[in-house]
Design a protein around this ligand. Structure first.
Ligand code: NAD
Length: 397
């Protein structure tokens, strides 16, 4: 571990509003199994080459997209080569519509053509889409070569890198093909968030709001204050502090259930509806925005079933719609039947049919069967979804 890096556990992690005075690079615990090292800081990419050097690779293969290559990739390549390591790169198309087998196969084959070996390291630099594809390629090539993840979006830094989950979409739905594959380490440099468009950051913040709604009433109560200033006015360090708080909100959940098979299943709140809507939009609706819609529909469902009050549903609309400014409607061209059909192939479906993570109250989820999911009559799901779509359509008309 480079001397500039301070190791901390999440016990000292959360309730501070600013970590600007903390050591420049923090090593955080992720609690995942296996547990990758997670380095977090602002303008810390100069630590990367030293960390990579320890992996003693025959070659580092940087995988990124054209825009990020020009913004950051070339500098990274130079820094790695300056440290005496061999480094090649592969550019891929990383939009949601390209998060599929074709892109994955092309990437794997280009790496093999470039002589990737068991001793090589793949370095994924990008948002959640890109790192999901690069991580899956690393898991597949020669049955697994080492992977280093460098997320460049707020979603990547605070959510997707904290899962070991790598996947691509299939013809019938999101993330149908993938595996758990842990990176050797994750380096989160919040400096990259400067160039991420505000829309992507807002979408990522929907997952933060989710973490409060499912697990922490006090966090859920703090959003009004946190979001009172328009994001356009936030500085680089404001987003750095925010990223830290967002990471901590997820780590608190993972610490209790690192396997994500028990209480951490609640992280999927809003995702069953959300994934279907995201998939059917062919990438036009950002993952976080689709999850925000999914949470509101899940809240309507819980309210219809008598589990939560109308006030809690309205709290969803206030936080995600009014405060964060996300569009919570379902586009006209996405039919309820298609959403139901996409949901029927959801990766969380079991023999008992599609189940839903639903709130019991703000900060707590229902857990009637011990798996933190609730079976719901499909006719009720259809009815809630149809009414939800119509209500928004009428508001616009
Ligand atoms: N594995 C997991 O557990 C997990 C969790 C959450 C989300 N995800 C996945 O992550 C994806 C969404 O990720 P995302 O929100 O990072 O979006 P994204 O990866 O789709 O990136 C959005 C756009 O931002 C661009 N971009 C990325 N970083 C940038 C930067 N610093 N400056 C300028 N442009 C930049 C990308 O090139 C892309 O065009 C979805 O596919 C979702 O399924 C996975």
């Amino acid at each position: 571990m480079p001397s500039a890096i301070a190791q901390i556990s999440h016990a000292s992690c959360p309730e501070t509003s600013s970590i600007s005075s903390a050591p420049r690079t923090l090593q955080l615990r992720t609690y995942l199994k296996p547990e990758p090292a997670l380095y977090f800081g602002n303008k810390i990419t100069d630590e990367l080459a030293s960390l990579l050097k320890k992996l003693d690779a025959d070659c580092i293969y940087l995988v990124t997209n054209r825009v990020l290559m020009n913004l950051y990739g070339n500098t990274i390549l130079e820094a790695i080569r300056r440290k005496g390591m061999k480094c090649n790169f592969v550019i891929i198309q990383d939009s949601e519509d390209n998060k599929n087998f074709r892109t994955l196969e092309n990437l794997c084959e280009s790496l093999v053509e470039q002589n990737v070996s068991k001793a090589s390291v793949i370095l994924g630099l990008g948002g959640g889409c890109l790192t999901n594809i690069a991580g899956l390629a690393a898991g597949l090539i020669f049955r697994g070569i080492r992977y280093v993840e460098m997320p460049t979006t707020l979603m990547g830094v605070t959510d997707s890198c904290l899962s070991n989950k790598q996947a691509v979409n299939g013809a019938h739905g999101k993330n149908h093909f993938g595996m758990y594959y842990a990176p050797a380490f994750i380096l989160c440099d919040t400096h990259y968030l400067v160039s991420e468009p505000i829309a992507g950051k807002k979408a990522a913040m929907a997952e933060w709001i989710k973490n409060g709604l499912i697990s922490d009433a006090s966090l859920a109560g703090s959003f009004d204050f946190a979001l009172q200033r328009p994001l356009e006015a936030w500085s680089e360090l404001d987003f750095h502090d925010l990223a830290y708080r967002m990471i901590c909100s997820k780590l608190k959940i993972l610490e209790k259930d690192p396997s994500e098979k028990g209480s951490a299943v609640t992280l999927e709140y809003g995702h069953t509806f959300g994934h279907a809507i995201e998939f059917l939009s062919h990438g036009r609706i950002h993952h976080g925005v689709a999850v925000a819609k999914g949470m509101c529909i899940a809240a309507e469902l819980a309210c219809r079933l008598g589990y939560i009050s109308r006030a809690i549903v309205d709290r969803h609309y206030h936080l995600l719609g009014t405060l964060l400014g996300l569009d919570l409607s379902i586009p006209q061209e996405i039919a309820v039947d298609d959403i139901l059909s996409a949901m029927s192939s959801d990766n969380k479906k079991t023999l008992g049919g599609t189940k839903f993570v639903l709130l019991k109250r703000i900060g707590e989820c229902l857990n009637p069967d011990g798996d933190y999911q609730v079976s719901v009559d499909p006719a009720v799901v259809r009815s809630v979804l149809t009414k939800y779509k119509e209500c928004f359509a009428q508001r616009v008309a």
